[in-house]
Write a protein that binds this ligand. Structure first.
Ligand code: SAH
Ligand code: MG
Length: 217
């Protein structure tokens, strides 16, 4: 928990909920232990979509399609969403869910490892949501930067590792040490890159929001 639990409970008690299909998918995800974005990220994305009104969205990490459908439902303008997933079992479910939500025309699922898929993508995006394996964000960053338009928005999820990011690497279990190191490097890169202006926010599981700078900021 990055933020005190009671505070999270309070903030989430103010949440107005989602469309029916999203509520259903959220329940299904919880039942089958599929990770999906938390309430705090849901409302954050809705606000960002309302402000940016993106036309072309890229998501890294589809799972069963919950966040892709949320973005499709709550973006105030019509858009195309490209989303990448490599876990076969989830790909089939995500495709079915896009149909259930009636979003199969605008959400395009690319199957495969983002490491290979990202370099193969042409064109640019004005909104990118990074929500795949945390240890790989750093490796995806150059491609994500290439694919993001100037003034485009990059949001990444799960960047504070339940708060463990502030611990020394010796205090985290060996199993998590590599991710810990890479996530710190990712946050350093993102906040020190000339290409982005970035804010790290301790909500949900820790998120970043970045804007790709022109030559102005
Ligand atoms: N954005 C989703 C949740 C994604 S969970 C939602 O909120 O609904 C993260 C997903 O990223 C997992 O399903 C995992 O299989 C996928 N993933 C992890 N590493 C990946 C990679 N290198 N390439 C493609 N998908 C990856
Ligand atoms: Mg996540």
């Amino acid at each position: 928990m990055v933020v005190e639990e009671r505070l999270v409970t309070y903030i989430n008690s103010l949440d107005r909920g989602n469309t029916e299909i999203l509520d259903e998918l959220e329940r299904e995800a919880k039942r089958s232990d599929v990770p999906i974005i938390r309430k705090e990220m849901q409302s954050f994305l809705k606000v960002m979509l309302g402000m940016k009104k993106p036309k072309k969205i890229l998501e890294v990490g589809t799972a069963i399609g919950f966040s892709a459908i949320l973005m499709a439902e709550y973006n105030p303008v019509s858009c195309e969403i490209t989303t990448i997933e490599n876990y076969e079992k989830r790909i089939g479910i995500a495709k079915k869910n896009f149909e259930r939500a009636g979003k199969q025309e605008i959400i395009h699922l690319l199957e495969g490892d983002a490491k290979e898929v990202l370099p193969s993508l042409q064109g640019t995006f004005d909104f990118i949501f990074m929500d795949a394996a945390k240890g790989q964000y750093l490796h995806f960053l150059p491609q994500v930067c290439r694919l993001l338009e100037t003034d485009g928005i990059l949001i990444s999820d799960n960047v504070l590792q339940n708060g463990e990011i502030i611990e020394s690497r010796f205090a985290v279990t060996r199993r998590k040490r590599t991710i810990h190191k890479r996530m710190r490097e990712y946050l350093y890169e993102l906040t020190h890159s000339e290409e982005f202006a970035t804010s790290v926010l301790p909500i949900g599981d820790g998120i970043t929001i970045s804007v790709k700078k022109g030559s102005r900021i």
